[in-house]
Design a protein around this ligand. Structure first.
Ligand code: ADP
Ligand code: NI
Length: 216
């Protein structure tokens, strides 16, 4: 990939995300980009598509745009069209951005490619482990949610609409999304890292509930 395109894309993304919430900011994108490069080493992919997909995947998350999930793909399309890139690559990257998100896990995906699989795994890895825990509580704080409420049970199998509107305590998000991710990874490298990060979150939750009960 030509370095000018890489540089322009990074600058564009940093500008778009300058006021973003801490878990969806440039540093999230940078981590996803690094994860994507790591996973790509063991996959047969077009790295230009993977890199552009990873860098542009969160430029306008629908959660921060009144639920509108067309803003991100549109902005990406506009940006990529202003660069000198083949139309097929632009369309592929836009499809990746449209399909990367979890949305409660009950949406049937309409597009598949190896490149999407890599970007999706890279994004999911950043939802797991120590970083995943930090991002989740940051988001909960940003939304002024409770840390935990024993009276509010996690809800599995929510529709995308319910999932978006949920205002449940942050601990519930572990059961509604984070702990489900390890079985949804696409690539071998992604699966392996996800298992390690999953185990770390299990350990965190065990300790959390022990302390909650004042046991030790
Ligand atoms: P989704 O497709 O689930 O909206 P995101 O990629 O935007 O996924 O979610 C990224 C991260 O933001 C999550 O892994 C989590 O850390 C945080 N997050 C999203 N929704 C919630 C929530 N309802 N409660 C706590 N954290 C959340
Ligand atoms: Ni993301």
């Amino acid at each position: 990939m030509i370095s000018e395109l890489l540089e322009n894309t990074i600058n564009f993304v940093k500008k778009e995300l300058k006021d973003a919430e801490g878990g969806h900011d440039w540093f999230h994108v940078e981590r996803v980009y690094k994860n994507a490069l790591l996973i790509s080493k063991t996959e047969k992919v077009d790295t230009t598509v993977v890199i552009l997909g990873a860098l542009l995947h969160d430029i306008a998350d629908s959660k921060f745009h009144g639920g509108d999930d067309t803003v991100g793909p549109q902005k990406a399309h506009l940006f990529l069209s202003s660069e000198n890139i083949e139309v097929e690559i632009i369309e592929h990257v836009v499809k990746i951005i449209e399909n990367v998100s979890f949305k409660g896990g009950n949406v049937s995906q309409s597009f598949y490619s190896k490149e999407l699989e890599v970007v999706q795994d890279a994004d999911r890895l950043d939802a797991l482990g120590a970083i995943g825990i930090a991002r989740t509580f940051n988001y909960g704080g940003f939304k002024n949610r409770k840390i935990y409420d024993p009276e509010i049970q996690p809800k599995l199998g929510m529709s995308p609409f319910e999932y978006k509107r949920s205002a449940a305590p942050t601990i519930n998000h572990f059961y509604e999304k984070l702990l489900l991710l390890k079985d949804r990874m696409n690539t071998e490298t992604g699966k392996k890292i996800a298992q390690e990060r999953h185990a770390f979150m299990e350990q965190f939750l065990e300790q959390f509930f022990m302390e909650w009960e004042g046991k030790r």
